[in-house]
Design a protein around this ligand. Structure first.
Ligand SMILES: NC(=O)c1ccc[n+]([C@@H]2O[C@H](COP(=O)([O-])OP(=O)(O)OC[C@H]3O[C@@H](n4cnc5c(N)ncnc54)[C@H](O)[C@@H]3O)[C@@H](O)[C@H]2O)c1
Length: 253
């Protein structure tokens, strides 16, 4: 079991889905958790669940595309818990659109939330972690990040953003190692969250996707959280710059 006692973790996009599971799991392993998302009310519900488990958490509203808000949230988190040891860059959207009619606005929205958001949060975290002399950043990409043998139609902006996250992870791992800050990336396959509702609404497409997964099922958010907790903990102390796929065997199949 990873030991996250005395660590403070900030998670983006944590009101629901995988972010919520990461918040609960990291708290279960002892971390104090800063639960952030675009809606503070839903973050507060996650905080209450953590409190019930006997953990410590703080809910803060954070739109990851807003630089000023990112600065304020990191400041408030440090004020409350004194430090930031872990950042889980989880916030993301997946909006389907055919490439030939994809608007510049649609492209920018996805890239801003999925990729620029990770840049802004990683920078704010790294500035704090450098002061502390250590830290772990876990970026969430996807098997749709490119160069994996999976090309997904009608979601070019999403795929491009996730490829950017894998590249960002490597670049930051190299640049921040001198400050004892590790940067790794988790690339999930199909995971049971509200994000896949659109795909699930077309049972044939969903079945066809699952048919490519050797384990023949979608993953559970908590299964991904165990990997995130490992990468956040000192158990992964010699890992940095890694992109770890968690996909029920999809890429191997
Ligand atoms: N579910 C999957 O199959 C799957 C597969 C691969 C990767 N992922 C990635 O996992 C991460 C979590 O997704 P999920 O599946 O839990 O989906 P989800 O839609 O349940 O959660 C995404 C969260 O991001 C938040 N968010 C959206 N815009 C934001 C913004 N501007 N600022 C802050 N937060 C914002 C949403 O409010 C939501 O809570 C995403 O990065 C997603 O791309 C998901």
């Amino acid at each position: 079991m990873p030991n996250l006692n005395n660590k403070v973790a900030l998670i983006t996009g944590a009101r629901r889905g995988m972010g919520r599971a990461h918040a609960l799991t990291l708290a279960k392993y002892g971390a104090k958790v800063v639960v952030t998302d675009i809606s503070q009310g839903e973050c507060q519900q996650v905080v209450e669940e953590i409190n019930k488990q006997g953990g410590h958490a703080l809910a803060l509203k954070l739109d990851v595309t807003q630089k000023d808000e990112v600065a304020q949230v990191f400041q408030a988190a440090v004020q409350k818990f004194g430090r930031i040891d872990v950042l889980v860059n989880n916030a993301g959207i997946a909006e389907f659109q055919s490439f030939l009619i994809m608007s510049e606005e649609e492209w920018d929205k996805t890239l801003d939330i999925n990729l620029k958001g990770q840049f802004l949060c990683a920078q704010a975290a790294a500035i704090q972690m450098k002061k502390q002399g250590s830290g772990a950043i876990v970026n969430i990409a996807s098997v749709a990040m490119g160069q994996q043998g999976i090309g997904l139609p009608n979601i070019a902006h999403y795929c491009a953003s996730k490829g950017g996250i894998a590249a960002l992870t490597e670049a930051l791992a190299v640049e921040l190692a001198q400050f004892n800050i590790r940067v790794n990336c988790v690339a999930p396959g199909i995971i049971e969250t509200p994000m896949i509702n659109t795909v699930k609404s077309d049972p044939k497409t969903f079945e066809a996707m699952l048919a490519q997964v050797p384990l023949r099922r979608a993953g559970k958010p908590e299964e991904v959280s165990e990997l995130v907790a490992f990468l956040a903990s000192d158990d992964s102390s010699y890992m940095t710059g890694s992109v770890v796929v968690i996909d029920g065997g999809w890429l191997a199949g």
